[in-house]
Design a protein around this ligand. Structure first.
Ligand code: ADP
Ligand code: MG
Ligand code: MG
Length: 213
């Protein structure tokens, strides 16, 4: 069971790497407006390295925790920047909840997503409203938890949460950045959504395509 979970995670990360590769130019453009322009390339390189690490780990028989720990390390090392470090923390946090041994249940995925959100907020110290990926992640985790709690199957709950994340990411356009590099640019970012929130929402939509009914 654990090997199957690691294989499924590797496949999901491969899909994420393809999506981020396609979105890299657009994410870079967004980050250039109120950042340093490297969000696209960072996410592209980081997710590619993460997918490759997860695939090697899964092929070697590792469980989800090990595969995600290695994928997260690869994302942080290769992607670099704030987002690389954050995605590294997020994948490790998810792996710690999923574990190496157990069958992955919908409840475990829900708990894992909450742990990812907590990891980002502990690591980066950003709060909702600061105009970061936290602004997409909190509604995503909240909606997923609510839907799973109401008894929705994982795929339906995830679809609803991905929609919430996408709307929330777009809504960051109206915000003024209060943390990270964008903070120094003040009002300049108003009118453009936060690139990290946009890429987070894209990842949730891409993972949806890999979730079984
Ligand atoms: P860098 O800012 O180091 O160049 P990236 O451009 O790859 O890194 O990522 C920028 C994104 O990181 C932002 O759009 C924002 O979503 C996210 N981010 C920045 N600082 C924080 C933080 N403290 N907490 C959460 N997310 C953050
Ligand atoms: Mg940047
Ligand atoms: Mg940078």
């Amino acid at each position: 069971a654990s090997r199957r979970a690691a294989g499924a995670l590797a496949r999901a990360l491969e899909g994420v790497a393809v999506a981020l590769d396609e979105a890299a130019d657009e994410l870079g453009r967004m980050d250039r407006i109120a950042g340093d322009g490297d969000h696209g390339i960072g996410m592209q390189r980081g997710s590619r390295a993460a997918a490759e690490s997860a695939r090697s780990a899964a092929d070697a028989g590792a469980g989800a925790r090990t595969a995600l720990q290695r994928a997260g390390d690869a994302w942080a090392d290769t992607g670099g920047g704030t987002s690389g470090a954050i995605w590294g923390e997020m994948l490790a946090a998810l792996g710690a909840i999923l574990g190496d041994e157990d069958e992955v249940t919908a409840a475990a995925v829900g708990d894992g997503v909450v742990a990812m959100k907590d990891a980002v907020m502990t690591f980066g110290k950003a709060q909702p409203g600061d105009k970061t990926m936290v602004d997409a992640m909190v509604p995503f985790a909240d909606e997923l938890t609510t839907r799973l709690g109401a008894g929705d199957p994982l795929r339906a709950a995830w679809a609803s949460a991905a929609q919430a994340a996408t709307a929330a990411a777009q809504a960051t356009a109206e915000m003024t950045a209060r943390v990270g590099r964008a903070r120094a640019h003040g009002e300049k970012s108003v009118g453009t959504p936060d690139p990290g929130a946009v890429s987070f929402a894209l990842v949730t939509r891409t993972v949806l395509e890999n979730l079984k009914e």
